[in-house]
Design a protein around this ligand. Sequence first.
Ligand code: ADP
Ligand code: MG
Length: 212
Amino acid sequence: MKPLILQHVAIGLRNGSQSLIAPLDLTVAPGEIATVTGPSGIGKSTLLAFIGGHLDRAFRADGRILIGDRDLTKIPAEKRRIGILFQDDLLFPHLSVGDNLAFGLRQDIRGGAERRKHVQTALEAAGLDGFIDRDPSTLSGGQRARVALMRTLLAAPEALLLDEPFSKLDSSLRDEFRSFVFAHARRNRLPVLLVTHDDADAIAAGGVRIGL
Ligand code: ADP
Ligand code: MG
């Protein structure tokens, strides 16, 4: 895996002079979990949207985003190979757990049997063996969170963006899920950018800390 690199990234609203993100330079090494903290409304989600390729038209942005020497700045979101996990897991309610995971699975894995095998392996890794045909609404919050993470990882991203993914979980689940996410990110040697309100997350992450 390669580092995620931000070069002079600056973001502001198009219709105003107000700057949201002042020029920011950052390198997140493979397996490193960098954290972004700051008050509500400061621009944390907007920064992740720019990196992921989903920046709203209301904003203008300068600077470059790279993974290793691959410049992503102008390529469409679906070609960036960046995984994003939000506070709300956004599992499709009309699809089974297995079909939610298959939706995330990268396209170059073909054939029903082969795809199902990858989904099964992901479920086992998440401690959810036997959950393939379950309706997402029958899962606990922690189980849903793990399915959402596995769905993101099945796309084989080269970097992971986490937008307060733990904040809706209660504290015991929160620690457990955080360890689970961090372990997977480190095992896959993914550069990770984590937006959080919680100092404990930043300490557990142990990477570079950016205060906005
Ligand atoms: P954070 O994630 O740090 O809480 P956001 O990145 O969501 O903050 O938002 C940054 C600022 O941009 C906020 O003031 C928010 O109201 C504003 N904002 C977010 N989305 C839009 C949009 N589509 N159009 C205009 N302003 C927006
Ligand atoms: Mg936000």
